[in-house]
Design a protein around this ligand. Structure first.
Ligand SMILES: Cc1cc2nc3c(=O)[nH]c(=O)nc-3n(C[C@H](O)[C@H](O)[C@H](O)COP(=O)(O)OP(=O)(O)OC[C@H]3O[C@@H](n4cnc5c(N)ncnc54)[C@H](O)[C@@H]3O)c2cc1C
Length: 357
């Protein structure tokens, strides 16, 4: 289904098309829709796009044709329309009442992956946001570059890995990032360096303009246009990752491939990968493990509806079939409450919960 479907609706005055432009500027809407080459889906079940295979529908989901088309889409959406960028949905719970606004599925289009310039003792790899992390890991190994092996075990996209600072087995995404490109609501593309971000354990935040200036020092040419980076009510800048340039060192490809195989074996042995899940639900508190705390509360194997705290790994919640997002969220709340009561530790969520109950 291409945008023709929506154009027809817009011409017929259908409310689902109007909602793209609530001012009822129907000619404008039709013009925008004509210029969009991707696919707009209405009431798209997010269970199709999240690794938990649960949750409600997005009002609209856009599958861009390419980067230019993504820019056209962002410009076409009304300014108040909520936008959620989604990669492979491997860290996302969409509540059963669904998502108001437009979801953009990057995995659909932003798929370029290429070897970049040679650097001293290595080379750069350029990957668009929709490329799966495991593909980057294998591509690096095949090109005799080391340092990206850990991405093989993280089943999300480059965009998701950047947003989460995803990592495992001692590696973290932003450790290997040289620079990124972002896009904003106006479709404007920016080059940003690692220094533009405050990076922590499973957290990444665009520094405020003042912070960035200070970090850059006087006289440094500013690459960032922070004043044009609007902030939504949530405090998150409306700027999304569209690509990353990874800087990797030369290394024997065979060793990298062996490391990847070893890492995947360890995952199969310790994680419930045969059932839908979203990886670790909670971040590990300093000096401890969320899984240990949850298990010590006697919650390993506890089920609510179709969801269960995995008997294999207590920081994983699995969908045993037909779980509602509410079942999963109830287990999350139960784990949080129990760990706080027993240990006085407030677990921090690693998974992101969005949408309406
Ligand atoms: C079996 C399993 C194992 C896992 N193991 C690990 C692990 O070892 N380490 C780890 O860190 N994580 C792990 N995860 C969690 C998850 O894979 C990572 O967080 C991953 O980086 C998420 O990528 P994604 O594309 O699926 O993001 P999504 O789930 O689609 O999105 C996650 C967040 O990132 C935002 N986002 C997505 N794309 C963009 C973009 N282009 N620009 C800006 N924001 C964006 C979304 O809006 C959302 O807030 C695991 C998950 C599973 C299912």
């Amino acid at each position: 289904m291409k945008t023709a479907f929506l154009q027809d609706r817009a011409q017929q005055g259908h409310p689902s098309a109007f909602i793209l432009h609530p001012l009822n500027a129907i000619e404008t809407t039709v013009e925008f829709l004509k210029s969009m080459r991707g696919e707009m889906r209405l009431n798209e079940p997010m269970s199709r796009h999240t690794s938990w295979r649960a949750g409600g529908s997005a009002d609209r989901a856009y599958l861009p044709a390419d980067l230019d088309d993504l820019a056209v889409c962002l410009r076409a959406l009304p300014p108040h329309e909520p936008v959620l960028m989604v990669g492979l949905g491997s860290n996302l719970l969409v509540r059963d009442g669904g998502l108001r606004g437009t979801v953009i599925l990057t995995h659909w289009a932003l798929r370029e992956l290429a070897l970049g310039s040679a650097i001293a003792d290595g080379a750069e790899i350029h990957a668009q946001a929709g490329v799966p992390g495991p593909k980057v890991a294998r591509f690096a190994a095949l090109n005799g570059l080391k340092g990206a092996e850990f991405l093989a075990g993280i089943p999300g996209t480059v965009g998701g890995a950047l947003a989460m600072n995803a990592g495992c087995y001692g590696g973290e995404t932003w450790e290997i990032v040289a620079r990124v490109q972002t896009i904003d609501r106006a479709g404007e593309i920016r080059n940003r360096s690692r220094d533009d971000y405050a990076i922590g354990y499973r957290s990444v935040r665009l520094k405020a303009e003042g912070e960035r200036r200070k970090a850059e020092g006087a006289g440094h040419e500013s690459r960032v246009l922070a004043s044009s980076t609007p902030l939504r009510g949530t405090g998150h800048p409306e700027e999304w990752f569209i690509s990353a340039t990874f800087r990797l060192s030369n290394g024997p490809g065979a060793e990298s491939r062996a490391k990847i195989t070893e890492l995947l074996k360890r995952r199969i042995a310790t994680q419930p990968l045969h059932q839908p899940n979203a990886g670790s639900v909670f971040r590990n508190p300093p000096g401890d493990y969320a899984a240990r705390l949850i298990e010590a509360c006697g919650l390993k194997g506890r089920a609510i509806g179709g969801a269960r705290i995995s008997a294999k790994h207590a920081n994983f919640i699995v969908n045993e079939g037909g779980a509602r997002a509410a079942d999963i969220e109830a287990l999350i709340l139960l784990a949080e409450r129990s760990v706080l009561e027993k240990f006085g530790v407030a677990l921090q969520r690693e998974v992101r919960i969005v949408g309406e109950a």
